[in-house]
Design a protein around this ligand. Structure first.
Ligand SMILES: [Zn+2]
Length: 300
């Protein structure tokens, strides 16, 4: 068996929809008493009738008394919904399984089976929505084509900066964290929510400086073969987050970027006044390329 190493990643498919032209797959929601062996006792029924589990999902681990597990189940032969329900109920009775509190089996919907039961999506107590990358491309790449690079880059930088500040405020309230602990949460959340893999290269609270590497940054992944770094939204988030963390107005500069062929995006957050940031002005939301070939926002 392969052992898990720290830097090994595997994609996860959250589409919750399965192509089923033969109508042999059912989506099932199962509410179980949250105790050891509860799921195993139900899975034994599936094994006995040679049902194949083609997908399983569950709520995040909680301390609740009951837990809901849902699954896509493939029957060995075509079977209608009423027969499947009867069979499972009979087995639960026969095997005296007392851990199943509720079971819902959803009928086929055409060629697909899907989880149309769970809504809305939540991350913790907060509602979340999934935007596939083509939708985000519409927001960023499309908007840049319509309105021009400079104005959109500036707008998203300001949006990001507010989000970064608010994110840290939320961490402070919810987890009571400061300093490296807050940055560690940001790093974990970035990974869990599929935004990017983040690495803290340097963090100095006295010097008020941070260097962050971001691998697979979704924002820059949309842009290819550019001569300059492309992160304005994420750069804004980092600027807002670290400015709030160090309680000083920091500048953020992207020094390496996957959009121009670097292996990762690298950000330097510091109070260095030479790093320019955008300024709010009626007509000068423009950008300039610095002498070092890096994109920085126009400041003065
Ligand atoms: Zn980048």
């Amino acid at each position: 068996m392969a052992r898990t190493t720290e830097n090994e990643y595997k994609p996860i498919d959250l589409s919750r929809m399965i192509l089923d032209p033969e109508n042999r797959i059912y989506f099932i929601s199962l509410t179980l008493v949250n105790k050891s062996g509860a799921l195993a006792s139900f899975l034994n029924i599936l094994k006995k009738h040679e049902f194949n589990l083609v997908g399983i999902l569950s709520e995040s681990i909680s301390k609740k008394e009951e837990i809901e597990v849902s699954m896509f189940l493939e029957t060995p032969t075509k079977m209608n919904l009423a027969d499947l329900e009867k069979l499972i109920e009979k087995e639960i009775d026969m095997e005296k399984i007392d851990v199943v509190k509720k079971i819902k089996i959803f009928d086929h919907s055409g060629w697909f089976d899907e989880d149309s039961f769970h809504f809305p999506l939540q991350v913790g107590k907060v509602r979340a929505v999934i935007f596939p990358i083509p939708v985000l491309e519409g927001f960023l790449v499309g908007l840049r084509k319509s309105l021009g690079d400079e104005i959109v880059q500036t707008i998203v930088w300001y949006q990001g900066r507010e989000i970064g500040k608010n994110t840290l405020e939320t961490y402070r309230k919810e987890y009571g964290v400061e300093g490296i602990s807050a940055v560690e949460i940001l790093k974990k959340r970035a990974l869990i929510l599929g935004w990017a893999k983040m690495e803290i290269v340097h963090l100095d609270e006295k010097e008020k400086k941070a260097v962050i590497k971001i691998f697979d940054n979704w924002e820059c992944d949309m842009f290819k073969e550019k001569s300059a770094p492309q992160s304005h939204f994420i750069r804004g988030i980092l600027s807002g987050f670290f400015s709030s963390l160090f309680r000083e107005d920091l500048k953020g500069e992207e020094t390496r970027c996957i959009a121009k062929g670097d292996p990762y995006c690298e950000f330097i957050l510091s109070a260095n006044k030479n790093v320019k940031e955008p300024r709010k002005s009626n007509d000068s939301l423009a950008f300039e390329e610095s002498s070092k070939g890096r994109w920085v926002n126009q400041y003065e």
